[in-house]
Design a binder for this molecule. Structure first.
Ligand SMILES: C[S@@+](CC[C@H](N)C(=O)[O-])C[C@H]1O[C@@H](n2cnc3c(N)ncnc32)[C@H](O)[C@@H]1O
Length: 362
């Protein structure tokens, strides 16, 4: 039995959807309504970890126990039929999700080392090896647990596939310069901080039959044509060193930041003290979903998460003005999601976005 909770977006008659139940049933109940309409699907399913998960909530007791945290069962990641049962569960559901994607859509599968290699093979078969885009490493903790065997695990893996690699375009995301990246910007003039970019060939570049020519009193194997160098000179972005060598100035203000690669070391996990903490053990940080949503969708696009847990994807999508469809089998998880959506509705940022909920039994 599937219950649907919908929230209405002001911009159109579109209804965001929360399905409570097995995501396979949720997808089946959608029929063809969203076929080829979803721009990105992110899923963070059970990892085949062999653990049962709980959620920590403030106790309702009074007196000295009032503020203590009580643990409630949230979901189980123990599989009676072992790995085979897990993989067949995932395979059936991911196969059902694929037709929902737009031609230029993308699929993001969040796992860790337990089964990620089996999942890679499964996704190569479902989406096609040629549609594999990235294996993203997300550093999920700074303090891995000590292991009696091997090394402490510090990262999760997100496998990214395009529905059709020829159509899919991930937007480049820039992250702010950190201390290390700022180090080369040690020069300064009236326009601000800058670093030096070589304009002469060095090492192997020199040996590639590069012709030397004279420019402004210095003969060198320049990497650029004379006209380009003249243009830069007139723009005032050529730096002359004390020994008469030229370089190009790159101003910090002109650089957007550092392009994000497949190594995501800069997004910390959700901590107990953080404002977004819900007590849901496997809650992912909003910043992680924001990065995924930003790189793969535009405003008003639809994003889906069929194992939404505490609701991170829906909350991030809502804050980023995307439409969304989510599901989870746990009533507790959906309660947490609804509470977060209410908080957004009541927050100062979202005063103009009237939220309505309806619970539909199907
Ligand atoms: C790792 S958690 C997701 C955490 C989520 N990304 C977050 O930030 O809170 C996995 C979720 O999958 C849900 N789940 C397990 N089996 C499911 C199924 N068949 N259909 C839908 N959800 C399922 C669990 O209830 C759990 O909430």
């Amino acid at each position: 039995m599937i219950r649907i909770v919908s929230s209405i977006l002001i911009m159109s008659s579109w209804k965001n959807k929360i399905f409570l139940g097995d995501c396979l049933e949720a997808i089946e109940s959608l029929g063809t309504e969203l076929q080829s309409k979803i721009k990105a699907i992110y899923i963070d399913p059970p990892f085949f970890s062999g653990q049962d998960y709980t959620i920590k909530k403030k106790g309702v007791a009074s007196g000295k126990n009032a503020a203590s945290l009580t643990e409630y069962d949230s979901y189980s990641d123990v599989w009676d039929g072992g790995l085979e049962a897990y993989l067949s569960f995932m395979n059936e559901r991911i196969e059902a999700m694929k037709p929902l994607l737009t031609e230029d859509g993308s699929f993001w599968l969040h796992l860790d080392s337990h089964v990620m290699h089996y999942a890679k093979v499964m996704l190569d078969r479902i989406f096609g090896y040629e549609n594999f885009v990235n294996q993203i490493i997300w550093k999920r903790t700074n303090s891995p647990k000590a292991q009696s065997h091997g090394f402490g695990s510090q990262h999760d893996v997100i496998l990214l596939y395009a529905n059709n690699a020829e159509e899919f375009e991930a937007k480049i995301i820039y992250r702010p310069h950190d201390k290390r990246a700022l180090r080369p910007y040690s020069y300064e003039d009236e326009r601000g901080r800058f670093r030096l970019i070589e304009i002469e060939a060095h090492g192997i570049q020199r040996t590639q039959n590069r012709k030397q020519f004279e420019w402004r009193g210095r003969t060198a194997p320049y990497l650029y044509r004379k006209e380009t160098l003249d243009k830069w000179w007139n723009e005032g972005i050529i730096y002359t060193s004390r020994n008469g060598r030229y370089s190009k100035k790159q101003y910090l203000a002109d650089v957007k930041g550092i392009p994000v690669s497949d190594l995501w070391l800069d997004i910390p996990p959700v901590q107990g003290a953080s404002a977004e903490y819900t007590g849901f053990t496997t809650q992912k940080p909003r910043a992680l979903l924001k990065r995924i949503i930003e790189s793969s969708t535009d405003e008003e696009d639809i994003i889906a998460d069929f194992f939404v847990g505490s609701g991170t994807t829906a909350v991030a999508a809502e804050l980023m003005k995307r439409r969304w469809v989510v599901s989870d089998i746990s009533e507790l998880a959906i309660d947490i999601l609804q509470k977060q959506l209410l908080d957004i509705q009541n927050s100062d940022d979202e005063k103009d976005s009237p939220w309505m909920y309806e619970i539909v039994d199907s």
